[in-house]
Design a protein around this ligand. Structure first.
Ligand code: MN
Length: 496
């Protein structure tokens, strides 16, 4: 969907002119070695660009100005190989518009016990140089990620990886456009929100088009285009008999293809990165878009139902963050519960629109009636999603701020066939357990709509929230209701 290697993170090493040419040459050489290594290892998903050592306020300012201007630069990594007096950094940091990762590393992993002398000490000063740098960022109240460890240590690399992926999602949001076909589902609260504030905070814009604008595009779709997409459906899915050529409802499959092509054309023409639909506004559409939403999500578009633009945008960002990773990412809804005391769990699904990227096998393409929306039977992909660790994430509008809420969950295999359930589904157990996990989610005001991801972990979203400067709450293995309620209470003050 998006090749993260086309994106850049700039590696900026700080020093000063105090040490003389020989030391500075060594600093530059070592920085290049680190950058070369980062570009060679699999763990680093983004291209790392070496920048010449900065040694003065002017060099720092100019380098950061360039980073701001560079279209492919999604963030900067800073490292103080030697001491770099941090007042030199103030004006540069003041204008920085990209996420920053402070890599507190050292070129030499080990102290060379038998040869260490003052030259070595002067060259390898990050232990205190990075503290000076850390102070100024704390003094300036700047959000950033601090990663501590040797640059060849895979634990450090994995933290850098997570931050880079978050930065890629963040970069993708800047200037992004999302379209809503119709408004919010009537009377629903949690899917509402302040779109102006979202644009200020997140960088993306959300605008509505009457569904008639979409219908106009759909009506221009040719029979040949529909033939071609129906052939793809036949190739990629197991079609139920009724949808097969000559089947009683084959025409509905063709109608579904028309809807998919129409929406995709609309998104491409308008340069939109995602969309929402609502079953309350389908004038001129034969069916609620099911397979269309499912397939467009798997191509990387953000989507959510019922006008839920916050979740649609989040789905898009999380798809960018997870690019190239194993596992899928989908719009999701906590649908119904299994409260058996031996095996409590949530069944996640939606009326139709679950992304096929989380399917555990070739999906079935089926058609069933849908009472809600009052339209013709919609075509949808039906599948199970596999077991394993996953997360659910939700952004809610608290009125004075946005809150990103994440729950670690463990998906489980379906232990019973579900022959009558006509939608894609996932079964999961929330951490720390069903009762605490769901209670914490509800206390935090988390939506019923989420983005469900098998490929990302809570760490990605923690970094993402930091970049956005929004509140982040995790419900994980360690969560207790007592502690969580205090966190909610204290955050009310922190964000006042
Ligand atoms: Mn819904």
């Amino acid at each position: 969907m998006i090749n993260l290697k086309t994106l850049e993170v700039w590696f900026i090493t700080g020093s000063q002119n105090l040490y003389g040419e020989e030391t500075l040459q060594k600093v530059a050489e070592n920085s290049k070695t680190i950058v070369t290594y980062l570009n060679e290892v699999d763990q680093i998903p983004v291209t790392v660009i070496y920048k010449p050592t900065v040694k003065s306020p002017e060099e720092i300012y100019a380098t950061i100005q360039d980073a701001n201007k560079s279209e492919n630069c999604i963030g900067v990594i800073t490292w103080m190989h030697t001491f770099s007096p941090a007042k030199m950094w103030v004006n540069g940091l003041k204008i920085l518009q990209k996420p920053l990762l402070h890599f507190h590393t050292q070129f030499n992993r080990d102290i060379p016990w038998s040869t260490i002398d003052m030259d070595f000490m002067n060259l390898n000063q990050s232990a205190h140089g990075d503290r000076e740098f850390g102070f100024i960022m704390t003094r300036m109240r700047m959000n950033r990620k601090v990663v501590v460890g040797h640059w060849q240590d895979s634990e450090s690399l994995s933290k850098i990886n997570s931050w880079m992926r978050a930065a890629a999602g963040w970069h993708d949001w800047q200037g992004a456009k999302f379209v809503r076909f119709g408004d919010n589902m009537r009377y629903v609260a949690v899917t509402e929100g302040d779109k102006v504030e979202a644009e200020l905070k997140f960088g993306y814009s959300v605008n509505t088009h009457g569904v008639g604008d979409l219908v106009e595009v759909m009506n221009k779709v040719s029979e040949e285009e529909i033939d071609a997409l129906v052939a793809v459906y036949e190739e990629e899915y197991t079609l139920v008999d009724a949808l097969q050529p000559g089947g009683a409802q084959h025409q509905s499959l063709r109608e579904a293809a028309r809807i998919e092509i129409g929406i995709e054309t609309f998104l491409v023409n308008g340069n939109f990165k995602g969309f929402t639909t609502t079953f309350e506004d389908l004038h001129g559409l034969a069916q609620l878009p099911g397979i269309a939403a499912q397939r467009l999500m798997s191509k990387g578009y953000g989507f959510a139902g019922e006008g839920d633009w916050k979740t649609a945008a989040l789905v898009r960002a999380m798809k960018v963050m997870g690019s190239g990773l194993k596992g899928g990412t989908s719009f999701m809804e906590d649908y119904t519960y299994h409260f058996n005391p031996d095996n409590r769990m949530v069944l996640g699904a939606h009326m139709l629109e679950i992304c096929e990227s989380i399917a555990d096998a070739k999906p079935n393409c089926e058609i069933h009636p849908l009472g809600i929306g009052g339209k013709a039977d919609p075509v949808r992909l039906v599948f199970n999603s596999g077991p394993g660790p996953a997360i659910n994430a939700s952004i809610v509008d608290m009125g004075n701020r946005f809150r990103l809420l994440v729950n670690d969950v463990m998906a489980v295999s379906s232990f019973n066939p579900l022959p009558k359930l006509p939608v894609a589904r996932v079964l999961w157990k929330p951490y720390p357990n069903m009762h605490t996990g769901c209670a914490a989610w509800i206390l935090a005001g988390g939506a019923h709509h989420t983005c469900y991801s098998q490929s990302l972990s809570a760490d990605h979203l923690e970094d993402f929230a930091e970049m956005a400067g929004i509140e982040y709450l995790l419900i994980g293995k360690e969560t207790s209701i007592y502690q969580f309620k205090n966190e909610l209470r204290w955050n009310e003050i922190a964000y006042k």
